[in-house]
Write a protein that binds this ligand. Structure first.
Ligand SMILES: NC(=O)c1ccc[n+]([C@@H]2O[C@H](COP(=O)([O-])OP(=O)(O)OC[C@H]3O[C@@H](n4cnc5c(N)ncnc54)[C@H](OP(=O)(O)O)[C@@H]3O)[C@@H](O)[C@H]2O)c1
Length: 344
């Protein structure tokens, strides 16, 4: 099957367009569905910043990948075959999913998805639209509701509301009845309002601390100084959920990784952990996980039109390097998607 893969880590951001990249396009054997798994013919797969981070080897300490490694973390496609014990799906069903972090590979003609991680693709969405959802949508869902416990009437500040994750987070928080503030560039202010943001802050010309305070939840997609300053806008007992930058040592302990790595990550997170204590708030780093059940709930919101996908650009599989470079430039509005079926 046709696939985009790497045989070693390395960036393609430093080489000019057209120069050989660490990402190869070629033929690899198609995977097979084991017990409890679906073999999916991929129609589209979205680009997430984690794709170029994996390409560059930034996750190798916490997720041991094997080469050749097919990139791509989420997809929309059609079930081709099912493994033993699969009951919810049959060949011919359209599904969307975030792949298991140990078994990624959506930038290919076929990929394997655990049954529990898949959900029926909303019929009103194209595969390109559906592929934009799983990783970013689940991240927003888990940050806001699973970890953040967001409820109607509460106040949430979402950083980066124009990004892949932020554009879902605004809509989900608004649908849950929260008052939503978000930081975006001026060119995306109208978009943020149309998605449901009550307060739109221009991150280039305004300080969010001058606009909002007493938030129940801050959803940090930016890390660094923005994260550190965010503690001041939370009410006591509030929560800051971060998906950006480095995790603290808890993730390492939960995943049973080398304890020394946990000590190192706690050391690197010491300012964040100190600020959380000083402000009397909870700090949680989220590394999102696949969930077919949560994706089904998001799928219902997509079907009824309460949530929509914002797509910036679609690339054919052959241009996957350009797709990653476009995402890596950091200014996509909504999602970048790679269309695979068109390349078959
Ligand atoms: N831990 C996890 O499980 C997890 C899951 C998903 C994502 N993430 C991470 O979360 C981050 C966001 O992901 P994403 O997919 O949403 O990224 P993205 O779509 O690439 O984000 C791009 C958007 O961010 C906006 N932006 C850039 N700098 C900003 C700032 N200082 N303030 C507000 N907005 C800003 C840009 O707007 P302009 O064009 O106007 O600059 C652009 O619209 C990435 O670092 C990603 O790796 C982590």
């Amino acid at each position: 099957m046709k696939a985009a893969f790497i045989r070693r880590y390395g960036g393609n951001q430093v080489v000019p367009r057209g120069f050989p990249s660490v990402i190869e396009l070629g033929e690899l054997p198609a995977p097979q569905a084991g017990p409890g798994e679906l073999l999916v013919a991929v129609h589209a797969a979205s680009v997430n910043p984690v794709d170029f981070k994996i390409r560059d080897g930034l996750l190798k300490m916490i997720v041991p990948f094997r080469f050749p490694l097919i990139l791509g973390n989420d997809l929309s496609g059609v079930v081709q075959a099912v493994g033993a014990g699969v009951t919810r799906f049959r060949p011919g069903d359209a599904v969307f999913a975030r792949l298991d972090k140990q078994r990624i590979g959506a930038f290919a003609e076929f990929a394997v998805v655990a049954e529990a991680d898949a959900a029926a693709k909303p019929a009103n969405l194209s595969h390109v639209e559906a592929a934009a959802v799983p990783l970013a949508g689940l991240t927003a869902w888990q940050a806001l509701f699973e970890i953040g416990g967001l409820k109607a009437g509460q106040k949430v500040l979402i950083h980066g509301g124009s990004g892949g994750v932020g554009s879902f987070a605004i809509q989900l928080a608004r649908h849950a009845g929260a008052t939503v503030a978000t930081t975006v560039g001026a060119r995306n202010a109208d978009l943020a309002r149309s998605l449901g943001a009550d307060i739109v802050i221009d991150y280039k010309t305004q300080r969010f601390e001058d606009v909002v305070s007493d938030q129940d939840l801050v959803f940090d997609t930016q890390a660094g100084d923005i994260q550190h300053r965010s503690f001041a806008v939370l009410k006591r007992g509030g929560v800051l959920v971060s998906i950006a930058g480095k995790p603290d040592g808890r993730l390492v302990r939960q995943w049973g990784l080398n304890p020394l790595l946990g000590v190192l990550l706690d050391f690197l997170s010491r300012k964040t952990l100190r600020l959380a204590k000083r402000h009397g708030v909870r700090y949680e780093y989220l590394f999102m996980r696949p969930s077919g059940a949560q994706l089904e709930r998001i799928g219902r919101l997509l079907s009824e039109g309460s949530v929509k996908t914002i797509i910036d650009k679609v690339f054919p599989l052959e241009q996957v390097r350009d797709a990653l470079a476009y995402s890596e430039a950091g200014h996509a509005t909504g999602k970048v998607v790679v269309e695979v079926k068109a390349a078959r």
